[in-house]
Design a protein around this ligand. Structure first.
Ligand code: GAL
Length: 963
């Protein structure tokens, strides 16, 4: 149909053929900067602005690159799966936010220097039509793909030029870009004018293989230069050959993510020199195992979207470098560029610092799942060329990066013939890299089997080659012989992910399993402010979207401001490339690197006695080759008297490009000694009988209400007595929008509305016993909580809480403990136990036993959607004190869980953003005998059975002391 607008086309855009993103000495003029901008709600506004003489002085200014929604035009909108417009391709709504962009620039002297001139858009979301000096040069779509236009004829050398670009939010391409992220539009990557000299180097293709048997490299660099002869030079290797010639190099150092050895090279014609950084490496599937340079690849990966809380996907080089450095510092060795090719600089950084990359095409049609995949573009012939074009532009742009080891056809686009066409094209074009596409469960079109969010048991079955068969025996046999990648797992939404270690164990155990990519790197929260000016990170729905998926957009290991979440520390721990464990009276050290020894690491040990450092030293480990282990002896340690641990750390011996000397790569805590006698509770002095006075009961430092049995005073502190606490503000994993949700079960069972009935306050010879029955309306099951208070000499107080179960109480429970309200001025917490970070039964892997100190404020983890957080595990004792001195100390007979917050769990439950949480004047001290695990059910499997908290009797034995 010819009267459809330019942006409603099934066909791929008519821009110049795709080619590599090259670093060249041909002049480049960046057009980035402040442009003039006009916003409209429709795409059919006047084209007046394309005229060079058009007066745009009344227009606003907008930076390029940017998204206009983040500069006050229109609004961001978030959906995960649903398209925010009716499905009727290639048509889009009349309400089509549109940005007209204008930029006047003067060409510098001598520009263009001969040859042709090309205008390059590195990213325009979602489609752009381009004019130069009033002449239309073309249109493009494919938001995260590069487009180039020949502008030679339109350019005015030596004079003023005006580029005009109309960008529409919705286009036919939007049907192919249904990724789970904000809908954000505009020229969000750079705009450049490139000189293309006659006889220059239009494109380059590098093949740099490595033979791990011989250590030899094979290098072929071909160049598209028209007729011009080109030379390829790699000075360090003495290479100086004609382009296209294959050179065998008897000895090269290979590239790997661990040792990202790059060789500087040039490709020159008389007219242009292109600079390359070459990495020699060979990626191959050998006997069902994915290898790089002959070694089995194990991805300790993350899925990375491009994101910045102020700039959206218009990330800067500093943002990208920060991502790479943070990944390296957290033992991450691989990235899947979910779900589109990243800014090309990101891949340069991956080459340079060393990260394995799965480069994914800009394709997702997930929302077709909502209509049973009817009309899925992946299987509709009208879309075929557009899909192949997207793959072509991905592969051509990124083909020379040694870091890119696999191509991915896209994400969640169902199945279909067009995917097969993309795969076919890619195989022909680049047989050097295996192909992956997660939704191809039959693996008809791919080389690697990949799935997302599988339960541990299913991953294990795949590891053993015992997965459920496909109907087609031939396909089944083919798939069974393939390597496996868990392309998304461990959904890092909110508190969690739980259960990382169980996956890692399998990846390390079964050669068929090549690890995976945690979902995902960063929360996509957009920085916003409350009416009274307090900052928070907005998520879906905060911009008034009609259809949205709430805080599902915040599921990263980093908070939006790139501070790390507890989950990232867990990831760092399970991804440790060196494993340190106790072994008799020595330390076993296993090198899990792919191809590095251990000589870049120093091993240090520290002995702590009851949390105090009493000795430290270093271990001589020597160089242990990749894949091998050693056992070293610890020196004889000084005697200790308390609970003692040796912590062994592997740290960088010298500065690396991604971290300083001393950076901790791996660590383990080994128990040296447990105290011989049980803790305080049993060793305390004899009880002091309670004393009734008025309506109150005085027991040592405690004053209890005689009727309610509640503790009302502890020494000088007014308190709100310990009360059974079962509720936790549901985590995203408890709420489980795409998994098995516990929250509705818990609310259904009334666990968020328990009533407490006091059945007896008994004064005994040695103390006070308060019996309570705790149950919600409408059910007959209950928890029975008995608080037994005993005052001890020396102003100590023993509290034994026995929790029983009466009748049917469904499990798992959120938690089991008591909460005690202290005055808010007690806002400093010291504890001896696991720390410094939060820990739940299946998280907190990076925590270790020690003496830690935090303010109450610092104990809170600011998840974008408020939820249970901040618990410290394995606490032996804790003191909560005021800045001016004084406070309360709690010691457990057995280690307990400790949560201290300036608001209640119920307030946490009601809040939608951290800014809704206001300190209520109390410090709420929660001491627990157990919490349910965290799991990863926000998208994926729930809590593993071993981490469930049953509704079963429990006991907390505590001793309190006024400080
Ligand atoms: C996957 C999808 C991702 C993201 C994730 C949940 O299915 O590939 O893009 O939506 O689920 O956060």
């Amino acid at each position: 149909m010819s009267d459809r607008p330019w942006y409603e086309s099934f066909a791929p855009p008519p821009a110049l053929p795709a080619r590599a993103w090259l670093d060249t000495d041909a002049p480049r003029l960046s057009l980035d900067g402040l442009w003039r901008f006009r916003y409209a709600g429709r795409a059919d506004g006047p084209l007046d602005f394309i005229r060079p003489a058009f007066d745009d002085t009344g227009w606003e200014r907008l930076p390029v690159p940017s998204h206009w929604q983040l500069h006050g035009y229109g609004a961001p909108a978030y959906t995960n799966i649903s398209y925010p417009f009716p499905l009727d391709p290639p048509r889009v709504p009349d309400e089509n936010p549109t940005g007209d962009h204008r930029h006047a620039f003067r060409l510098p002297e001598g520009w263009p220097p001969g040859g042709r001139a090309v205008l390059r858009l590195a990213g325009a979301d979602s489609a752009a039509r381009v004019w130069l000096n009033g002449v239309e040069v073309g249109w493009t779509s494919g938001s995260r793909l590069t487009s180039e236009f020949d502008v030679t004829e339109a350019l005015r050398p030596g004079g003023d030029n005006v580029v005009a670009v109309r960008v529409v939010q919705w286009s036919a391409g939007s049907y192919l870009e249904d990724q789970d992220m904000w809908w954000l539009s505009g020229l969000f990557r750079g705009v450049d004018l490139l000189a293309r000299p006659a006889g220059g180097v239009a494109d380059v293709e590098v093949r740099a293989d490595y033979d791990h048997h011989t250590g030899a490299g094979t290098l072929t660099v071909t160049a598209a230069t028209g007729q011009a002869p080109a030379r390829v030079r790699v000075p360090e290797l003495g290479v100086d050959v004609a382009a296209g010639e294959t050179v065998r190099l008897p000895r090269v150092e290979p590239w790997s993510a661990e040792r990202p050895r790059l060789y500087d090279a040039t490709v020159s014609t008389g007219a242009e020199t292109v600079t390359l950084r070459i990495g020699f490496r060979t990626v191959r599937v050998v006997d069902g195992v994915l290898t790089a340079n002959g070694r089995r690849l194990l991805f300790r990966g993350v899925n990375r979207h491009e994101f910045h809380p102020d700039r959206g996907r218009a990330v800067t080089e500093e943002d990208m470098r920060e991502d790479v450095l943070l990944m390296k510092q957290h033992n991450i060795n691989a990235v899947r560029t979910s779900h589109y090719p990243p800014h090309p600089r990101f891949l340069d950084l991956c080459d340079e610092y060393g990260l394995w990359v799965v480069d994914e095409c800009d394709l997702e049609t997930h929302g077709y799942g909502t209509v049973d995949w009817r009309g899925n573009p992946a299987d509709d012939p009208r879309w075929r060329d557009a899909l192949v074009d997207r793959m072509r532009r991905t592969v051509e742009r990124d083909k020379n990066h040694p870091s890119v080891v696999l191509w991915s056809l896209g994400n969640e686009s169902g199945s279909g013939r067009n995917l097969a066409a993309m795969a076919g094209w890619t195989r022909r074009r680049d047989p050097s890299r295996p192909l992956l596409y997660e939704r191809d469960w039959t693996c008809r079109d791919v080389d690697v089997y990949s799935r997302m969010y599988l339960p541990v048991a299913e991953v294990e079955a795949i590891g053993r080659g015992e997965e459920a068969p496909l109907d087609d025996p031939a396909l089944d046999a083919r798939r069974r012989a393939m390597p496996f990648i868990h392309v998304e797992y461990a959904h890092a939404m909110g508190n969690g992910p739980g259960g990382l270690a169980e996956y890692q164990r399998l990846y390390e155990r079964y050669p068929r399993l090549h690890g995976g990519f945690v979902w995902e790197w960063i929360d996509h929260g957009i920085r916003a402010r409350t009416d009274d000016g307090r900052e928070f990170f907005a998520y879906g729905g905060d911009f008034g979207e009609e259809v949205h998926d709430g805080n599902f957009v915040a599921d990263g290991l980093l908070f939006p401001d790139r501070t790390s979440s507890p989950g990232l520390l867990d990831v760092k721990k399970v991804f440790e490339p060196v494993q340190i464990a106790g072994s008799g009276d020595g330390v076993a050290i296993a090198n899990r690197y792919l191809d590095s020894g251990l000589s870049h690491l120093d091993f240090r040990w520290t002995l702590e006695d009851d949390g105090e450092v009493v000795a430290r030293g270093t271990l001589a480990v020597g160089d242990v080759p990749a894949g091998e282990s050693t056992v070293v002896r610890l020196p004889s340690l000084p005697a200790t008297t308390g609970e003692a641990y040796v912590t062994v750390c592997a740290v960088l011996a010298a500065d690396e490009p991604w971290a300083k000397a001393g950076h901790e790569v791996a660590s383990t805590q080994l128990e040296v000694r447990q105290p011989a006698t049980p803790r305080a509770v049993t060793t305390s002095p004899a009880p002091v009988p309670p004393r009734p006075e008025g309506g109150q009961l005085h027991a040592g430092p405690a004053v209890l209400d005689g009727r309610t049995g509640r503790l009302v005073r502890l020494g000088p502190w007014e308190v709100d007595g310990p009360r059974l606490q079962v509720w936790r503000a549901p985590t995203d994993n408890d709420r489980a929008p795409h998994g098995e949700a516990l929250e509705p079960v818990w609310r259904g069972a009334g666990l968020d509305r328990l009533t407490h009935r006091v059945d007896e306050v008994a004064v005994t010879g040695t103390g006070v016993v308060v019996r309570t029955r705790v149950a919600p309306a409408a059910v007959d099951g209950a928890l029975l909580a008995t608080y037994a208070w005993t005052a001890l000499a020396g102003d100590r107080l023993r509290l034994v809480v026995d929790i029983g179960v009466e009748g049917h109480v469904p499990g798992p429970l959120p938690m089991l403990g008591v909460v005690l309200g202290l005055p808010g001025e007690l806002d400093q917490v010291e504890w001896f136990g696991r720390g410094p970070g939060e820990a739940y039964p299946d998280t907190g892997l990076a925590t270790r036993v020690g003496r830690w100190f935090r303010t109450v404020g610092e104990l809170q983890t600011p998840y974008l959607f408020p939820q249970e957080n901040g618990r410290r595990a394995g606490v032996r004792w804790a003191s909560v004190t005021a800045g001016r001195g004084g406070g309360v100390r709690v010691e457990g007979r057995a280690p307990f869980g400790l949560t201290v917050r300036p608001w209640t769990a119920e307030a946490l439950d009601r809040a939608a953003h951290p800014t809704d949480l206001v300190a209520d004047g109390h410090t709420w001290l929660t001491l627990d005998a157990g919490h349910n695990g965290i799991g990863s059910a926000s998208c994926g499997p729930g809590v593993l059975p071993g981490y469930l908290l049953p509704a079963a009797p429990a006991r907390l034995e505590l001793e309190l002391r006024v400080l």
